[in-house]
Design a protein around this ligand. Structure first.
Ligand SMILES: C[S@@+](CC[C@H](N)C(=O)[O-])C[C@H]1O[C@@H](n2cnc3c(N)ncnc32)[C@H](O)[C@@H]1O
Length: 421
């Protein structure tokens, strides 16, 4: 099967989709293994584009396939996956049909090739198209519709249909204008540069010298709101890959960057080295870790559903179940209690999650405040976040699909600042 040119890229895309959609593995964790036999950047790019297209358009692709088969193919049928990939290529990537068919059928060796060929030919003859923007999976339409309403659902669909812009956080906010010009971007707040289009990140000016790091604008807000000062000791308790650690270190704080994952901690070290910033890096469980002395501030970017970052990680929409979210909510509550115990009186905690689930955000903090009488919200003032992002009446910040839409949007986040009295 490896002899036909173009098949290895499709085989790699198939392997990655099977890992994500059948085995529930996050894309980031499976991609290296699935793409290990692809050397050419063009092959990797094609495989990535196919996977991204399938994950962004899954309900619509399945509706097309089901409309063209007498008996629905099982969800986990290889033929269904190969057809999804073939439709992405013909409809979204505009690959000529003969090339799509020639590279799809070898993936079904020993399987229902004739059926797949028939379904694909029928759909191509009908001039099948995909709706724009794509349809969200039902689970999120229901959950986000209940939490945020129809406008957010509509904006989330638009966000899912397009690759988001690339946001960079600058090591030195005073240089914002110079970097905007050098990189050909825009800036929504000092220390931020946004690029609508970009090539390889490593080849952008300033990467080698560590002048910036990749970080969505929403993800940069928690460290901005914690406002660490020079001389303060601050722990970043779930630190890897380190975007927030770098911000805290750039602000001049003594930072302890902690993460439970040895592998991910290596990324924090690399990022610190590249940007020539310093932090004490610790591999430990934040549920057990005790600081040598009580801290001025703690940033808890807790493990969460990741539903707020679906634009760049559309796999989250197919990986998280209500049961898993419930487990994460319990872990976040335990992490918050423990994190708060590491603070000195008068110290502050910034709790955040890249999630669109109220249970992980608003409700999580409400429960924490009701069981922690020595905690007080430090409300975020209206002029603290960038223009277009307003704190809610409780003084928390919630970013949602649709905000700053004209500028390219931002990820969904929740953040709350809480003092120990
Ligand atoms: C949302 S990510 C953090 C992103 C990071 N703050 C940044 O800005 O680059 C959550 C991190 O929590 C870590 N984590 C999960 N459970 C943990 C625990 N019990 N103790 C410490 N870290 C944990 C994960 O390894 C993961 O790196």
């Amino acid at each position: 099967m490896e002899q036909i040119s173009g098949v290895p890229a499709r085989a790699a895309a198939l392997a990655l989709l099977q890992a994500v959609l059948w085995r529930g593995e996050p894309l980031d964790r499976s991609i290296d293994r699935a793409f290990r036999k692809l050397d050419a950047p063009a092959d990797r790019g094609l495989a990535r584009a196919i996977v991204s297209g399938v994950l962004r358009h899954l309900p619509d692709l399945d509706a097309l396939i089901d409309g063209a088969t007498k008996k629905p193919l099982p969800d986990d049928a290889r033929a269904r996956m190969v057809l999804r990939m073939a439709l992405v290529q013909t409809i979204l990537l505009e690959t000529p049909p003969h090339a799509v068919i020639a590279t799809a059928l070898p993936l079904l060796e020993g399987g229902p090739r004739r059926l797949a060929h028939g379904v694909l030919s029928t759909l191509l003859k009908q001039g099948a198209t995909l709706p724009s923007p794509p349809t969200l999976p039902d689970m999120w339409t229901v959950r986000w519709g209940t939490s945020w309403g129809e406008d957010v659902i509509a904006a989330a669909s638009v966000g899912l249909g397009a690759e988001p812009p690339l946001d960079l956080t600058l090591r030195d906010a005073a240089d914002t204008a110079a970097w905007v010009e050098r990189l050909g971007g825009t800036s929504l707040v000092p220390g931020h540069v946004r690029l609508a289009r970009h090539g390889r990140i490593e080849e952008l000016p300033g990467f080698e010298e560590g002048a910036w790091w990749v970080q969505d604008l929403a993800a940069s807000l928690p460290a901005r709101l914690l406002a660490a000062k020079a001389g303060e000791t601050v722990a970043d308790l779930c630190a890897a890959p380190g975007g927030k650690t770098l911000q805290l270190a750039a602000a001049g704080a003594q930072v302890i960057a902690l993460d439970i994952s040895e592998n991910r901690i290596a990324r924090v070290r690399e990022n610190l080295e590249r940007t020539a910033l310093s932090a004490e890096v610790v591999a430990a469980d934040a549920l057990k870790w005790k600081p040598p002395a009580l801290l001025d501030a703690v940033l808890l970017d807790a493990p969460c559903s990741g539903t707020g970052i679906f634009r760049r990680h559309p796999d989250v929409l197919h990986l998280k179940s209500a049961r898993q979210i419930g487990e994460l909510v319990r872990m976040q509550a335990a992490l918050m209690d423990h994190a708060f115990d590491t603070l000195k009186p008068g110290g502050r905690m910034l709790y955040c999650v890249c999630s669109l689930e109220r249970d992980e955000g608003e409700s999580q903090v409400a429960a924490f405040l009701s069981r922690t009488p020595w905690a007080r919200v430090i409300p975020v003032a209206p002029d603290e976040p960038p223009a277009g992002i307003a704190p809610n009446p409780e003084g928390f910040v919630r970013t949602l699909p649709g905000q700053l839409a004209a500028d390219g949007g931002l990820d969904g986040f929740f953040m709350a600042r809480i003092a120990r009295v």
